[in-house]
Ligand binder design. Structure first.
Ligand code: GUN
Ligand code: FE
Length: 423
C-alpha cells in the first residue's frame, strides 16, 4: 500500500444520482486510502509523488458482482436458449471439465488474464463444484492483486450424474476448501458460500450451508428469480415457501447472517423485494445475460428508488462479455426497452445510475470502496480515450458515458487496487 497522487480528469459517484467531475484534478491516496479529490494539492500532501496522466480520465475501479469463471470458455455462444435448457445442454457439461486440473489451469488462465486487463478491480466469482480447481483459480487471482470473492459451487440435486455431489460430499468438500483457503493465507482472495440455486440444492444442503455461514460469518452468493420456468420449478420443489427468496431465507442464506448477493431478480415480487430490502441483500443486475438467455429485464430503477443495494454483474457466459462498461450499457438499454415495451411504471435508468451501480453500488459489497470520497479504499482505473476521435467537446462524465459504449481493454492504461499499482 502506497501513498501517491494521480493527476488527470476525474469522475466519481457522490451518491446514486450525482456524479462529481473535474477536468483537471488530483486524487490523493495515503497508505491505500483515498484522501479526496482536489483542484490544487493540499499542503499536507505536498511531499507525495505525483503520477501525471494529463487529460486521461481517472475513475474508481469497477465491481463485477456476479460472474462464472468456468463459463468464460464459451462466452459469446449459445444466445438461443432459456436458462434451464442452457444449463443442461451447455453449462453443466462444460463445468464438468474442470475435474481435469490441466484443463482448469489453461481455462482459468484466460479468464484471470482478461479480468486483470479490464477495468474491474473487485469481483464475486462462481467456480465449479471442484475444490482443487477452485483453489487453483483462487491462487491465480491472488497473484493479480485484484480483490475477489470466489465460491466453490454447491449442488446436490438436479445436475447430471458426474457433476452432482451428495449432500455429505458437498458439505465435507466445502469444509476442506475453507480449511485449505485459510492455510494459504491469501491477502486479496476470500471464500464466499455458493449454493448454486434452489433447484440444485436440497433443503438439507441449504441448512448445512446456512449453519456454516452463521458459524464463520461467511458471505453468500446465489441466483434468484431469474427465469419464469425456474421460478415455477422452485415453487414445485419448495411448496411450503411463498416466494423464491424464502427458500434461502429460511436457512439463513438471505442476508441475515452473512452479506449476500443474489444475481438477477428479474421477476421478484413485492414480498421478495421487501425481504431483500429488510435484510440488506445485494442485487447483481446482469442485463446482458438476462437478454441473451431470454430471462427478461429487471426493474432496476425500482430497486434503486427503494434504496436497495444494487451492483452490476457480467454473468459470463450467460453474458458474453466480462466488461462492466458493457454491463452499464446493457443496464441502460434494457431499461429503455423495458419501459417502452411493457412497464411505464418503472422508469429507465440514467447514465449516472449505471455508473453508480458499476462503482459504488457494487463496490459496497467489498466494504468502503467504489468512490473517491475521503476514507474509501483506493481503487482506480485510468482510461485513455484519445482514439475516440471526434470534434464534439465532452466533459469527464460524457467521456465516461461514451466509453460505456465504446470501451475495450485497450482503453484501460492504469489500474490501482487498495493503493497498489497493478499496471
Ligand atoms: N442459475 C443457476 N446456475 C446458473 C448459471 O450458471 N448462470 C445463470 N445465468 N443462472 C444460473
Ligand atoms: Fe449466474
Amino acid at each position: 500500500m502506497d501513498s501517491f497522487i494521480l493527476h488527470g480528469a476525474v469522475l466519481f459517484s457522490e451518491d446514486v444520482r450525482e456524479l462529481k467531475e473535474y477536468d483537471d484534478a488530483y486524487v490523493v491516496c495515503a497508505d491505500g486510502v483515498c484522501q479526496g479529490v482536489y483542484e490544487e494539492i493540499p499542503g499536507e500532501f505536498s511531499d507525495l509523488p505525483v503520477e501525471d496522466f494529463w487529460d486521461k480520465l481517472i475513475i474508481p475501479g469497477l465491481a463485477d458482482l456476479h460472474t462464472h469463471a468456468p463459463q468464460y470458455t464459451f462466452r459469446g455462444l449459445y444466445g438461443d436458449m432459456e436458462l434451464l435448457e442452457w444449463l443442461d445442454r451447455v453449462t453443466f457439461p462444460e463445468e464438468m471439465r474442470y475435474d481435469d486440473m490441466d484443463y482448469a489451469a489453461r481455462a482459468y488462465d484466460l479468464f484471470v488474464e482478461d479480468l486483470f486487463t479490464g477495468a474491474t478491480t473487485r469481483a464475486a466469482i462462481f467456480a465449479t463444484k471442484h475444490t482443487d480447481a477452485t483453489l487453483l483459480l483462487m491462487d491465480m487471482l491472488e497473484e493479480t492483486g485484484l480483490v475477489t470473492l470466489v465460491g466453490k459451487v454447491n449442488m446436490d440435486r438436479g445436475v447430471p450424474h458426474g457433476y452432482c455431489e451428495t449432500t455429505g460430499e458437498s458439505v465435507s468438500e466445502t469444509l476442506r476448501w475453507l480449511e485449505e483457503v485459510r492455510s494459504r493465507g491469501y491477502r486479496n482472495t476470500s471464500p464466499i458460500l455458493t449454493p448454486r440455486f434452489t433447484p440444485t440444492c436440497t433443503d438439507e444442503l441449504m441448512k448445512q450451508l446456512g449453519d456454516l455461514s452463521g458459524r464463520y460469518g461467511l458471505p453468500v452468493q446465489s441466483h434468484l428469480s431469474e427465469n419464469l420456468d425456474e421460478i415455477s420449478l422452485v415453487s414445485r420443489l419448495c411448496p411450503d415457501t411463498r416466494f423464491y427468496g424464502e427458500s434461502y431465507d429460511r436457512f439463513g442464506l438471505f442476508g441475515t447472517q452473512g452479506k449476500t448477493i443474489m444475481a438477477h431478480c428479474v421477476w421478484s415480487g413485492e414480498e421478495e423485494i421487501e425481504l431483500m430490502l429488510k435484510n440488506g441483500v445485494y442485487i447483481a443486475h446482469c442485463a446482458q445475460s438476462n437478454m441473451r438467455i431470454r430471462s427478461g429485464a429487471a426493474p432496476v430503477s425500482l430497486y434503486l428508488d427503494k434504496g436497495m443495494h444494487v451492483g452490476l454483474g457480467s454473468d459470463t457466459a450467460g453474458g458474453a462479455e466480462l466488461s462492466i462498461f458493457s454491463a452499464m450499457r446493457d443496464a441502460v438499454l434494457s431499461s429503455n426497452l423495458r419501459w417502452r415495451l411493457y412497464d411505464r411504471d418503472v422508469r429507465q435508468i440514467s447514465f449516472p445510475e449505471a455508473f453508480y451501480m458499476a462503482t459504488l453500488g457494487g463496490g459496497a459489497f467489498f466494504g468502503k470502496t467504489g468512490t473517491f470520497k475521503k476514507g474509501y479504499e483506493f481503487d482506480a482505473v485510468v482510461l485513455d480515450d484519445d482514439n475516440i476521435q471526434t470534434l464534439y467537446p465532452a466533459s469527464p462524465a460524457e467521456r465516461a458515458e461514451r466509453l460505456m459504449y465504446l470501451a475495450d481493454d485497450r482503453h484501460v492504461v492504469g489500474k490501482y487496487v487498495r493503493g497498489c499499482k497493478l499496471y
